[in-house]
Ligand binder design. Structure first.
Ligand code: MLT
Length: 409
């Protein structure tokens, strides 16, 4: 008899985005004449930039001749990409991260979830509420929680509410966690963390022997030079932080797939006898056993993001999405909504009016304006009464969606 991993039975409902997809498909089937505008899942709409596309094509062509053909590549990524990342994303900004600490993968969603596997089930996890659902769900799947309670919180997880009152900035936990998930610029609230704020977390992690799992998937949207784009801008972070970054939102790779995780050699976790172990070594062990690397043409395309032309073209696309976010913020404010985020982030976090629930607002916006967003409560109980709009849509759709929302009853 095959036995299941019973931790999966603790999971509440389906994963958020497929659930939204299901409701939207139902609506579309019942209303085939309606043009639906999708601003729910943060999926990019602008094509790969020319320099990246050219490199991608070249990589494919190289696979077509025996002299340049490549079979399995290094599981942790080709040296040319790891070096380009280290030099451009870190060393050029004065951050001492060597190529050796960079491990290339096919996505930050997978990495932020899979990283749980190398940490024992007895670890206490701290997560924000609201939060990118992957951190919570994979904590449950990996057996680090009890069941879900009536308030929507899993037993054994340390929740850090991010509310209007605290500016959507979590307080330090009162109970000591072992692993802390932080995401900046934040998904879903679109808030960013100052240098002081991140310093507070790094100092806390150092004093309490915690590891920070820092999701920086949206760092490219930071335009304010005072806001850190990497946790490693903070002194001492290399001892206690793992950083996840992705080409998905930065360079339009949601369908192309390439990301990387940075684990400095200094980051250590402990066995039951208190002996320190290199976390990078464990992650590499997992990675090389379960993953055969991102395809060569994709890595070649990703490396092109760091060429001078690639950087310029990618920045233009980011500016386009940020302009979308600005348009959305302005339009929603104009009709009386309280709006957060969307300045150094591609997400606009909107408070519903009159205490309407997130899902009721979702239904209203879908049924009456035929626009899809993401209900805040899908990111956790503290997201109730909020709604997330993604700025990754095309400009015409953004303008039309805002017009339709203005005309809502
Ligand atoms: C989101 O909409 O929160 C993200 O696109 C989901 C993801 O990156 O996996």
């Amino acid at each position: 008899m095959a036995l299941i991993n019973e931790h999966y039975l603790k999971l509440q409902a389906g994963y958020l985005f497929p659930e939204i997809g299901r409701r939207v498909s139902e609506f579309a089937a019942a209303n085939p004449d309606k043009k639906i505008i999708r601003m729910g899942i943060g999926d990019v709409t602008q094509p790969l930039v020319p320099t990246v596309l050219k490199a991608f094509h070249e990589g494919v062509d190289e696979q077509g001749t025996a002299a340049t053909f490549k079979g399995y590549g290094p599981e942790q990524g080709y040296e040319f990409l790891r070096k380009a990342i280290a030099e451009n994303a870190y060393q050029a900004n004065g951050i001492d991260i060597p190529a050796d600490d960079i491990i290339v993968s096919d996505g930050s969603k997978c990495d932020t979830g899979n990283i749980q596997e190398i940490f024992g089930a007895d670890n206490k996890i701290a997560i924000c509420d609201p939060v990118y659902p992957v951190y919570a769900d994979t904590t449950v799947m990996s057996g680090k929680t009890g069941t879900c309670q009536a308030n929507g919180y899993y037993e054994g997880v340390i929740y850090m509410p991010c509310t209007e009152e605290n500016g959507f900035t979590p307080e330090l936990p009162t109970e000591r966690p072992d692993l802390i998930f932080l995401c900046y610029p934040n998904n879903p609230t679109g808030t960013v963390a100052s240098k002081e704020e991140l310093t507070k977390w790094v100092n806390y992690a150092r004093e309490n022997k915690c590891i920070i799992l820092f999701d920086a998937a949206y760092e490219a949207f930071i335009t304010d030079p005072a806001i850190p784009r990497s946790i490693y801008e903070i002194e001492g972070a290399k001892d206690v932080a793992i950083e996840f970054r992705s080409f998905s939102k930065t360079a339009g790779f949601t369908g192309t797939r390439c990301a990387f995780t940075v684990i400095p050699e200094e980051v250590k976790a402990y066995d039951s006898e208190g002996n320190a172990h290199s976390v990078k070594k464990l992650w590499l062990r997992r990675h090389s056993t379960k993953f055969n690397g991102v395809s060569y043409p994709v890595q070649k395309a990703a490396a092109a993001v760091y060429t001078p032309e690639g950087k310029k073209e990618v920045e233009e696309v980011i500016a386009y999405y940020l302009e979308n976010a600005r348009i959305m913020r302005e339009a929603l404010k104009e009709i009386g909504y309280t709006v957060y985020g969307g300045v150094n982030a591609p997400y606009v976090w909107v408070k519903t009016k009159g205490g309407m629930s997130s899902w009721d607002f979702f239904d209203k916006v879908l049924n009456e304006a035929n626009v899809v967003g993401t209900p805040g409560s899908g990111f956790g109980p503290a997201g109730e009464g909020y709604f997330r709009f993604s700025a990754f849509a095309g400009r015409d759709n953004v303008l039309e969606a805002m017009e339709r929302i203005k005309n809502l009853s």
